[in-house]
Design a protein around this ligand. Structure first.
Ligand code: SF4
Length: 257
């Protein structure tokens, strides 16, 4: 399949309407707006990692995962070439996901501690996981242009979640910077100067109308670079996720264990 002009401009042209989150998820998986990422995600799906030679890779944009009435959003960076790009679900099938889902399970926010494939039965309770870039990028580094091209998907997702969404945990500085304009487009007012990312950082954004505010929580990304070195420990992750869930009114267990 080739990338047509109309495909490339799709996210920017899509008018906000009465779409549901399920419809948005169904649309994003057909997006081909970023030629470099389309090429990379499909190349990874063709060549595969040896350990996954038997897999039929997803090789498409990875939609957000979690219920449409989530009270907490978790915003990462982008799918991994042999993780989400293989399985078709956020943080599923890689070490970063193992770390994240174990913490969510410990807190009572996930039905099981592991995420291996789309049919593994995993459910999230009150939490939706998404990312500013929905396609796996080379070296896990999307370009600023790719980040900006994908923004409308995130903005629309956040807007659809807005009736229930009360907090968002942002994993890493890339996601923190990328989510700000998406939040503005989604209906919240971002203060100037913009809040600065840090592990443990918090910022409350008022709604542009009379709606409830949204509190952002900064957290180091769950990449192996951080978890293998001890920069981010399970306890640190549980602490941030648990605080965000409690602030959003979700029941939480094991936050301090
Ligand atoms: S990164 Fe986003 S905008 Fe770019 S092709 Fe993937 S889904 Fe589309």
């Amino acid at each position: 399949m080739t990338t047509s002009e109309s495909d490339r401009s799709y996210p920017a042209r899509q008018a906000p309407g009465a779409e549901t989150l399920a419809e948005l998820d169904a649309r994003v998986i057909d997006c081909r707006a970023c030629p470099r990422l389309v090429q990379w995600r499909e190349e990874a799906a063709r060549t595969k990692r040896r350990a996954y030679a038997d897999w039929e890779y997803w090789g498409r944009p990875v939609p957000g995962f979690g219920p449409p009435d989530a009270r907490v959003a978790i915003v990462g960076l982008a799918p991994a070439a042999h993780g989400g790009n293989r399985t078709g679900r956020m943080f599923t099938g890689d070490r970063a996901g193992d770390f994240l889902y174990a913490a969510l399970y410990d807190l009572g926010l996930a039905s099981q501690p592991t995420a291996t494939h789309r049919g593994d039965g995993l459910e999230l309770y009150g939490v939706r996981i998404t990312s500013p870039v929905h396609c796996a990028p080379p070296a896990n580094r999307p370009t600023p242009e790719e980040r900006d091209t994908c923004r409308s998907w995130l903005a629309r997702e956040l807007r659809l979640l807005r009736p229930t969404l009360r907090t968002a945990v942002v994993l890493g500085s890339f996601g923190w910077q990328a989510v700000m304009p998406a939040l503005e487009a989604g209906g919240w007012a971002v203060p100037r100067p913009r809040p600065v990312f840090g592990h443990g950082a918090r910022a409350t954004l008022r709604a542009a109308d009379d709606g409830p505010p949204l509190t952002l929580f900064g957290c180091y990304h769950v990449s192996q670079q951080n978890t293998f070195t001890g920069r981010l420990t399970p306890a640190m992750l549980r602490e941030v996720l648990g605080a965000a869930a409690e602030a959003a009114g979700l029941p939480v267990s094991g936050r301090h264990s």
